[in-house]
Structure formats: structure tokens, C-alpha cells
Design a protein around this ligand. Sequence first.
Ligand code: ZN
Length: 261
Amino acid sequence: MNSTLHAFQFGTFRIMVISDGVFPVSKDFFFADTPEHIIHHIPSDFLAPLNFLLIDTGDKNILVDAGFGKTHLPTAGKLLNHLETQGIYPEDIHTVIITHGHMDHIGGLSNKGKPTFPNAEYIMRREEYDLWKSNPQSKEYKKLIPLKDNMTLITSDMEIIPGIHLVHTPGHTVGHLSLSVSSGGNHLLVASDILNDPTTLHHLPSHISVEMSPKQGLETRRSFLQEALDKSALLFVCHYPFPGLGHIAKEDLRWKWIPIT
Ligand SMILES: [Zn+2]
């Protein structure tokens, strides 16, 4: 499997996982509230994957988050280049779903005060936008300001086009969004950042240290995984090993990750 792009047909949709690269993280950052015996094999510093989704519905290109964008990190910010190798340019993106306001997801949304995707509608939860707006000097809010004329702020779960639902999954951040995608009898659940690494699936309190409400995050993880199991859904997780796609199983009351091959 190519480690930067992975495309597949999903009912009537064409879905592509695009790597933005990897970014350096510490074990403490990525695995808060995690017993050492589960993660003893993980080095104190490592490179975490950055996977994002493009859904081509046939008449719309829907991008889910935009990666780091232009950054000082030499290993990240590669999403646009990877899209261009497929003949997809920023002006071809019709909708951008913003799952939450961390820089690894929104850095690529604007550059020098201009939206990266000039023809796109940007959709995020209102409380997520307000969170970053409440700190107007934050680098996150500065990334979002240029999008404000094309921003749709939602306050309830909704179906943006037939088969693509946006679902509020708070915990990692207050307005974290997941996607529930259905087409041709197939189900895909997009976790974005409510899961950190397959290693911790049997210890769900584990979370990325910047998670805003680990208690709410834990509830969200439990119900999200149960839904994935109940629907036999394909799961997509941003920071799981590329391409971040797989299924969930439960064995002896323990969640298990079965990556696609
Ligand atoms: Zn992230």
C-alpha cells in the first residue's frame, strides 16, 4: 500500500485517505492517563501519523480537516502536495469539515490571512469556534478568522448531504465533530481525535494530553466504539497508523483493532 494515499470505492462515494505526513510527539503527550505496562514498547519520542479524508460524492469534494499546512515541521504539511498528485487542487474543494481546532487539523485551512480553499464552505460546531474565539490572540483563532465569511457554524447533528452525517462527539474538545457516512449499505465512522492509538483500545481512559474533558472523552469513546461494533462499520482514525482504516472487534470484553490490509 502506498503510504501517502489510499483510495477506495464506498457505495456511490469515492473516498481517499491522504497523509499530511507525521509529527513529532512525546509519549507523555500522546498517552496521558495510560498504565506504563500497556505502552512500555513505545519510545519516549516518536512520530505520529496524520491521516485525513477526502470524500468525492460525485458532484462535491468534501475534505475532512486540512493538516498542519505550511509549518516549520519538515515531516508534515504535505496534504496539498499529495492531493495535487491526484489532480485535485485547492479550488476543487467544495466543503471542508473541521473536526476540531487543534493545529494539526486546522493549520492548513488558511495561509497569510487567506483561505487555502477559495471556493469552499467551512463547517464546524459553534462551541468549537467560540472556544478559540474566546482567545483572540491564539494561533488557532488566527487560522480560523480568514474563513469567517464562508463558515457555517452548526449547533446540532445534521446530514449535510444524503449519507453524510455530522455528529457531535465532545471530550477531546468541546465541539469535536465526527462523521457517520453511509452509502450502498456500507457504514464508515470517522473518529478524528477521540482515539489516540490502537495500543490503548483496552484502556479507554487513555487520551492525548490536550484532551479538554477526559471524562467526557471516555464516554464518547465507549459509545463510539459500541456503535462501530453494532454497525460493523469501517472506522477511520486520524492518528492511527496509515491509512487509519479498520474494524473494531470485541474479544473477552476487550476492544481490538483490525486494520484493513
Ligand atoms: Zn490531531
